[in-house]
Write a protein that binds this ligand. Structure first.
Ligand SMILES: C[S@@+](CC[C@H](N)C(=O)[O-])C[C@H]1O[C@@H](n2cnc3c(N)ncnc32)[C@H](O)[C@@H]1O
Length: 294
């Protein structure tokens, strides 16, 4: 570390203000500059070790914050948990499509598995998307079935729903803002097909059961629920998801395919053996599961 050139670089680095648009943590920005400055290998090695230690500390801090969020979230009442989730998604609404459709491969993978589900079990109507988000899945469903069957788009977050209205408001789709864990009694037995996409991983196990029970109530006998979830669950770090990533990781209890199956079967659904998988990226896949209400 005694090399004068290295000391000069260190001084320079202290003066350097990282570009706020970069999502890299500060130690990483400094490290990248160091690599580009041609310092001796031994200094680079020490800097690498230092970087590793700093990143580990950062990750530990984030992990602790996520555990704190989870602790607080688990103490909330069910309506407060719903309000909190709604706030997270209202904050994310503006950037959601960019994250899911441009910066990651989620939408492409959802489209692929939904097409498969439609091929093996044509959609029935009325159709309900329980957590419609910005309406992208309904948009694909309408491409696959361009008839005039009634479609309901439901979501907790008004801002997500507003995005869905911009995309889908053509008269065939009706919009609702219910907590899917407690759909109204007037909806009992109304829906023939239900879509549930990328939601179970965000819920506590208790809320998963409340939501599945509520979904069962609004389906008619023999109706089908098409569940689309990523496996394994993970938040792909992009600029668009930055402001809510910590919350999303904090609130949910990730679910494996066999747990998902068990939640539905023990709630009175029969699983169809068909399934389809589409790669989102090298780290995880999108999977579709189809259940019928007994
Ligand atoms: C990850 S997004 C998925 C959106 C859409 N299904 C998709 O696959 O792109 C989760 C959505 O679920 C909604 N959500 C979460 N819990 C809900 C609940 N209990 N009732 C209704 N919507 C809920 C959120 O507001 C958010 O729009």
């Amino acid at each position: 570390m005694g090399d004068p050139k290295f000391r000069r670089i260190q001084r320079e680095l202290k003066l350097h203000k990282p570009d706020p648009r970069l999502i890299l943590p500060e130690p990483l920005i400094e490290f990248k500059r160091l690599v580009g400055s041609g310092c001796p290998v031994s200094d680079l090695f020490s800097a690498t070790e230092q970087l590793g230690r700093e990143l580990k500390k950062e990750l530990e801090k984030i992990g602790q914050l996520e555990r704190d969020i989870r602790g607080a979230y688990n103490l909330m009442s069910a309506p407060d948990r719903a309000a909190f989730l709604s706030m997270i998604y209202s904050r994310f609404a503006e950037n959601y499509d960019r994250h899911m459709g441009i910066e990651t491969g989620h939408y492409q993978a959802m489209r692929f598995v939904l097409r498969y589900a439609h091929m093996v079990h044509r959609f029935g109507f009325p159709l309900l998307d329980v957590t419609a988000g910005t309406g992208e899945l309904i948009r694909y469903a309408m491409e696959l079935d361009n008839g005039n069957g009634l479609i309901c788009a439901n979501d907790l977050s008004e801002k997500m729903l507003a995005k869905a209205k911009e995309k889908l408001g053509n008269g065939r789709v009706f919009f609702h803002n219910h907590d899917a864990c407690c759909f109204p009694d007037e909806w009992e037995g109304k829906f023939r097909t239900v879509l549930l996409s990328q939601t179970l991983n965000l819920l506590t196990d208790e809320d998963k059961i409340r939501l599945i029970t509520s979904v069962k109530k609004v389906m008619d006998d023999g109706g089908k629920v098409i569940v689309i979830e990523e496996d394994p669950f993970g938040v792909t770090q992009t600029d668009a998801i930055q402001s809510v990533a910590m919350f999303i990781r904090g609130v949910g209890e990730p679910i494996t395919p066999s747990e998902l199956n068990a939640f539905f079967v023990t709630s009175g659904f029969t699983r169809y053996p068909e399934h389809a998988v589409a790669e989102i990226d090298g780290n995880h896949n999108m999977k579709v599961y189809i259940f019928t209400r007994k």
